[in-house]
Write a protein that binds this ligand. Structure first.
Ligand SMILES: Cc1ncc(COP(=O)(O)O)c(C=O)c1O
Length: 461
């Protein structure tokens, strides 16, 4: 049979798969709130983020104006996602890409861009945007020095908000049957909020557009006061917040700006993944946390759409890595429990113990092997005593035969025990010269040991 391509349902290139992302109802995270809340899930785009929407428009405009010719180079300062959107379009159209990225961005994003053949230049995060070292200034310099190159310039390029005016806004309007009452999204360049907000307000001026800003960014302060303090503060969430007001951001389409901390953002992103099964990045957590704060004041008639910009896969080494979360103090519970300190121990096992019938030599070997100073003595699950390195050493120096004596002949009374859910200060009250360690119990079972050193090490972190 001769082939008939007209019967095959396909896309001419990957580029036409951008957009038409689904709206997903949120069911658990919104418990107790009156309005219906829906997520516009942008990781369904081929590059896994909302920024795929702006790449094509920017490139095609530069082609139309003759600024970008075959074999040309696309340069951009990006937190990663815009770079990927541009890299996908550049791959299809045959352009080279050079991206500058601040060093706070995740390693996954750098690797992704390099996977597309892009050159990535990492610049310092903790410099003002006008500094020659900043990612935006380095990108401008590269364009000056590279023939047949363009700066995509998402912060000032009207094609950025236009992509959202032409796609994101109409999709949300249609998907909600024109019933949306509140649109919530984070602000990075401001392209999403400006383009989508403008479209929705043109359709129905009563729709409220709520921007979410990470704590440390200047945008909320600027929204309310039309000025901002020049003190530069960093924060860890990627892709949103600014230390200046980008050219494409038009606050006339924004009704309120809510502030959200890094900790709230990251814990919310993890909840979205674990409770709703929607695996998102940190800025989606920011948007969601802000939306939930705002939704408390809304009624059962309201329909809220929250835009979730990108996938959590980009942050496996950070938000979804408990060690990174703990190091940055994002996982600290409201009440620090002894169990929490136990789980945070570094480089030593949570429990090394010895049997009372084992020899002193064996006890010293364990102390040496695990680099600990004391051991609980446990007989078939029951704590019967304790030994510590200085006592054992004194005993074997006084009488070398002690090396082969059972631990039970030299052990001291057991260390005090604390329940794993008890606050850390209960353990601190026990830790003294007399008790260098406490045992941590879960029910009646000993699950670990926390020493004076562990507590000091935890606190200094
Ligand atoms: C992860 C992430 N979230 C949110 C945004 C913000 O979108 P916009 O630049 O349209 O304000 C960006 C922009 O780079 C981003 O990378």
């Amino acid at each position: 049979m001769p082939k008939d391509l007209s019967k095959i349902k396909y896309h001419e290139t990957i580029l036409s798969t951008v957009g038409q992302t689904p709206l997903v109802r949120l069911n658990k995270i919104t418990k107790g709130l009156k309005p219906s809340v829906f997520a516009k899930v942008e990781f369904f785009n081929p590059g896994g983020s909302v920024k795929d929407r702006i790449g094509i428009g920017i490139i095609e405009e530069a082609e139309r104006e003759g600024r970008l010719k075959p074999g040309g180079t696309i340069v951009e300062a990006t937190s990663g996602n815009t770079g990927l959107g541009l890299a996908i379009a550049a791959a299809v159209k045959g352009y080279h890409c050079i991206f500058t990225m601040p060093d706070k961005m995740s390693i996954e994003k750098i690797r992704l861009l390099r996977a597309f053949g892009a050159e990535v230049i990492v610049t310092p995060t903790a410099v003002p945007h006008e500094s020659p070292e900043s990612y935006t200034e380095v990108a401008k310099r590269i364009v000056r020095e590279t023939p047949n190159s363009i700066l995509a310039n998402q912060y000032y390029n009207p094609k950025n908000p236009e992509a959202h005016y032409l796609t994101t806004g109409p999709e949300i309007w249609e998907q909600t049957g024109g019933q949306i009452t509140h649109f919530v999204c984070g602000i990075g360049t401001g392209g999403t909020i400006t383009g989508t907000g403008r479209y929705l307000k043109e359709k129905n001026p009563a729709i409220k557009v709520i921007g979410i800003d990470p704590k440390g960014s200047v945008l909320r302060e600027y929204f309310y006061t039309k000025k901002f303090s020049p003190v530069f503060k960093t924060y860890k969430v990627e892709g949103i917040g600014q230390d200046y007001v980008p050219g494409v951001l038009q606050f006339q389409f924004v009704d309120d700006v809510i502030e959200v901390t890094d900790r709230e953002s990251f814990l919310m992103a993890r909840r979205m993944t674990r409770e709703e099964g929607i695996f998102v990045g940190g800025s989606a957590g920011t948007a969601m946390a802000g939306a939930l704060k705002y939704a408390e004041r809304l009624s059962g008639d309201d329909i809220v759409v929250v835009l979730l910009p990108d996938t959590g896969e980009r942050y496996l080494s950070k938000i979804y890595n408990d060690d990174w979360m703990r190091e940055n103090r994002f996982l600290i519970p409201e009440k620090i429990t002894i169990g929490y300190v136990l789980e945070s121990k570094r480089g030593v096992p949570v429990l090394v113990s010895i049997d009372p019938a084992a020899t002193v030599r064996k006890a010293l070997d364990l102390i040496n092997e695990h680099n600990v100073s004391q051991l609980p003595v446990i007989d078939n699950g029951t704590v019967v005593g304790s030994v510590d390195e200085s006592d054992l050493m004194s005993a074997v120096i006084a009488n070398p035969a002690t090396f082969d004596a059972p631990v039970s002949t030299v052990m001291k009374p057991p260390f005090p025990s604390v329940g794993r859910d008890e606050p850390i200060n209960h353990a601190i009250a026990f830790l003294s010269k007399k008790h260098p360690a406490v045992l941590v119990e879960d029910g009646k079972k000993v699950v670990g040991i926390v020493t004076r050193y562990d507590v000091i090490e935890y606190m200094s972190r």
